[in-house]
Design a protein. Structure first.
Length: 95
């Protein structure tokens, strides 16, 4: 199991619109092949920063989604609220 961690910095004053847009397209991630859970977290100290955590079968499961038309729908919905490119990483548990 691999976790994708994406940190989004949102344009000032657009936080609630971002959450609404995300909620409208979160099913793209939730229903993607290889996805096993999706959560969006808002920063306490920095409420304009959101962290998306997605559990995937593998990195390839995530990268194959990015090649699908459904992912374009996700990007079109949330990108207008971003203050820059998200910081995306993949991590796995240490045994």
């Amino acid at each position: 199991m691999v976790r994708e961690i994406a940190i989004f910095k949102i344009r000032e004053g657009s936080e609630e619109a971002f959450v609404e847009a995300y909620n409208g397209v979160s099913d793209v991630l939730e229903q993607a092949e290889g996805s096993h859970g999706v959560t969006l977290h808002r920063g306490v100290e920095n409420p304009d920063t959101f962290t998306l955590i997605v559990e995937w079968d593998s990195v390839e499961s995530h990268t194959s989604l990015t090649q699908q038309p459904e992912f374009e729908k996700f990007g079109e919905a949330v990108t207008p609220y971003l203050a820059g490119a998200p910081d995306v990483r993949h991590v796995e548990p240490v045994e």
